[in-house]
Design a protein around this ligand. Structure first.
Ligand code: UD1
Length: 371
C-alpha cells in the first residue's frame, strides 16, 4: 500500500448504525486513497430490520456478515468479538470506525484495542447516567478505548473531559444522522407515507418504543400502554412495532388491549424513509429512541421522550424535545399540552448541517498523513 493510503474497517450491526454509516461511506467514495471494508455483525438480520435500510440508504453489500443474530448480550458480544478478530487479522485495516452505542460499538473498540489498532467512535461522549441501559455501558467502555472521539452535543465534550479523556482526542464535528436526514428530506416530502393509512398531515401522532428498560419491564410498559389508550381517544396514533416490543406485548398479555384501541394503527417495522415521512407529517412524536429525538429537532416536530433522562440534552436545550418520563399521568398531561397548542419551538444545533461525514474523514486523513 502507498504511504498515504489508508484502509478503514467500518462496523455496523443494528438499524440506527446503518443510518450513521451511510454518509461516511458516501464521503469515502470521494477519496481514492481510502480503501474500505464494511462489516455487519448480523445482530439485526430480518429484512425489515436490516436489508431495507441498506436499500433506502444506498449502502453497498457488506464485505463480511458475522451472522451473530439474537441472544444475550454476553452471547452477542462474545460471538462478534471472536468473528471480528478473524476479519481484522485478515484485512489488516489501519483504523476501525464504530458508530452509536449498540453492542457493535463495544465489539469494534475491544477488538481494535487488543490488536493495537486505532479506533474512531462517531457519536462519542453521550451519557444517560443510567447504568440499567445496556447502551450506557457500551458508551462508557467504548469511549475510554477510542482514539478519535467524534461528538455532536456540547454536553458530550464535558462528559468526556470529566472522565479524564484527553482533549486532543475529542473532535466536535456535528451530527452524522443529520447527514442522512438532509439527503432524505426531498424523498420524504414526496412520499407522504401517512396517506397509505388514511391519515392527514398533522392529524396524527407517531409512537416508537423499543428500549429494553421500558418494554422489558411489565409495570413501566403497562403505564405507557394505559397512557396511549387515553391519548388515542383524542388523536390517531400510528405505531411501527419493533420486534422486541412485539414479543413483550405478547408475553405480558397486552395484545388484546392493544388491538382493541380503535385509533391506534399498528404497522410492522418500517424502512428509514417511511419512518421519516411519518415523523415529518405528524403533529407530535412519542418515543424512547435516541435518533428520533434528534430527527424531530431537525424536522421541527414536537417530541415527547418516554424515558427518565436523555443522553442528548441538546435536543431539549435547543431542539423540540421534552423528557416526560414513563408514568401514565405525565405522558397524558404532556400530550394534551401539545394538542392544546403548547408547542416547543426548536432551533438547529451547531453543525447539524449535513457535513459531518466530510469533517470526520478530513480529520482522519489529516492525522493519518502525519503518522
Ligand atoms: C438494539 C440495540 C439498541 C438499538 C436497537 C435499534 C444493543 C444493546 N441494543 O436493540 O441500542 O437502539 O437495536 O433497533 O445493541 N429480533 C428479530 N429480528 C432481528 C433482530 C432482532 O426478531 O432482525 C428480535 C430478537 O428476538 C431479539 C430482539 O428482537 O431478541 C431484540 O433484538 P436485539 O438485537 O437484542 O436488541 P434491540 O432491542 O433491537
Amino acid at each position: 500500500m502507498k504511504k498515504n493510503n489508508i484502509k478503514i474497517l467500518i462496523l455496523a450491526g443494528v438499524r440506527p448504525n446503518f443510518i450513521k454509516i451511510a454518509p461516511l461511506l458516501e464521503e469515502i467514495k470521494k477519496h481514492r486513497q481510502i480503501k474500505q471494508v464494511l462489516v455487519h455483525t448480523g445482530q439485526h438480520y430480518d429484512f425489515k430490520m436490516s436489508q431495507v435500510f441498506f436499500e433506502d440508504l444506498n449502502i453497498p453489500r457488506p464485505n463480511y456478515n458475522l451472522g451473530v443474530g439474537s441472544g444475550s448480550h454476553a452471547y452477542q458480544i462474545g460471538e462478534a468479538l471472536i468473528k471480528l478478530e478473524k476479519v481484522v487479522l485478515k484485512e489488516k485495516p489501519n483504523l476501525i470506525i464504530i458508530v452509536g452505542d449498540a453492542n457493535s460499538c463495544l465489539v469494534g473498540s475491544l477488538v481494535a484495542t487488543k490488536l493495537y489498532l486505532p479506533v474512531a467512535h462517531v457519536e462519542a461522549g453521550l451519557r444517560s447516567f443510567n447504568r440499567k441501559m445496556p447502551e450506557e455501558i457500551n458508551r462508557l467502555l467504548t469511549d475510554h478505548l477510542s482514539d478519535y472521539l467524534f461528538v455532536h452535543d456540547p454536553a458530550a465534550v464535558e462528559n468526556l473531559l470529566r472522565e479524564g479523556i484527553e482533549r486532543k482526542k475529542i473532535f466536535f464535528v456535528g451530527n452524522i444522522m443529520i447527514d442522512s436526514l438532509e439527503g432524505a428530506k426531498k424523498k420524504i416530502k414526496n412520499l407522504k407515507f401517512y396517506k397509505k393509512f388514511g391519515l392527514k398531515e398533522k392529524e396524527y401522532a407517531l409512537l416508537t418504543l423499543h428500549r429494553q428498560e421500558n418494554v422489558d419491564d411489565k409495570e413501566i410498559f403497562q403505564g405507557i400502554i394505559t397512557a396511549i389508550e387515553k391519548i388515542q381517544k383524542r388523536i390517531k396514533v400510528i405505531y411501527p412495532l419493533h420486534v422486541r416490543t412485539e414479543k413483550r406485548i405478547k408475553e405480558f398479555g397486552f395484545w388484546t388491549r392493544v388491538k382493541n384501541m380503535k385509533n391506534l394503527i399498528i404497522t410492522p417495522p418500517l424502512s428509514y424513509l417511511k419512518t421519516l415521512s411519518l415523523m415529518a407529517g405528524s403533529r407530535f412524536v412519542m418515543t424512547d429512541s435516541g435518533g428520533v429525538q434528534e430527527e424531530t429537532t431537525i424536522l421541527n416536530v414536537p417530541c415527547l421522550t418516554l424515558r427518565q433522562e436523555t443522553e442528548r440534552p441538546i435536543t431539549v436545550k435547543v431542539g423540540t424535545n421534552k423528557v416526560v418520563g414513563t408514568k401514565e399521568k405525565d405522558i397524558i398531561r404532556e400530550a394534551l399540552k401539545v394538542l392544546n397548542g403548547k408547542i416547543k419551538k426548536g432551533k438547529t444545533p451547531k453543525y447539524w448541517d449535513g457535513k459531518t461525514a466530510r469533517r470526520i474523514i478530513s480529520i482522519i486523513l489529516e492525522k493519518h498523513g502525519k503518522q
